[in-house]
Design a protein. Structure first.
Length: 137
């Protein structure tokens, strides 16, 4: 990731494309991310939906600054399974108000089959409502 995010670095998430209102991230499935049924753990999929949903609303136009948000609500649905390979998550901001933004996200496997999708609501932290963001402490 281009900015420090220890949890998603631990998972192995990388940003492929990121701009205002849009984010695309990738994860290479490893055995440590599988559940007892040898399929990708649902918690990993929910983490990707959360991350890409948040990212699409916090892109910052000033490279030395950062925008912050917290997830208020996350709804995820599982439509398939993955065991290996690279999965791609895409998030788009569909609407926003003064302090909240709403995102639609999906995760697809290496064959582009939909394996999960969701919606989320995020609250910008003070100063993050604007594209310029805030200085990093």
């Amino acid at each position: 990731m281009t900015q420090r995010d220890d949890f998603h670095s631990l998972l192995g998430v990388t940003i492929l494309d990121w701009r205002d209102g849009y984010a695309r991230i990738a994860l290479d499935i490893t055995p440590r991310l599988l559940n007892r049924s040898d399929i990708l753990h649902g918690g990993v999929l929910l983490s990707l939906l959360d991350e890409v949903g948040a990212l699409c609303g916090v892109w910052c136009s000033v490279k030395v600054n950062r925008r912050y948000a917290v997830t208020v609500d996350l709804a995820g649905h599982f439509t398939g399974q993955a065991r290996a390979g690279r999965i791609i998550a895409v998030g788009e901001r569909v609407s926003n108000g003064r302090s909240l933004f709403f995102a639609r996200s999906e995760v697809r496997d290496a064959t582009e089959q939909l394996i999960s999708y969701g919606t989320s609501t995020h609250k910008w932290r003070r100063g993050s409502e604007v594209l310029e963001g805030v200085p990093v402490p």
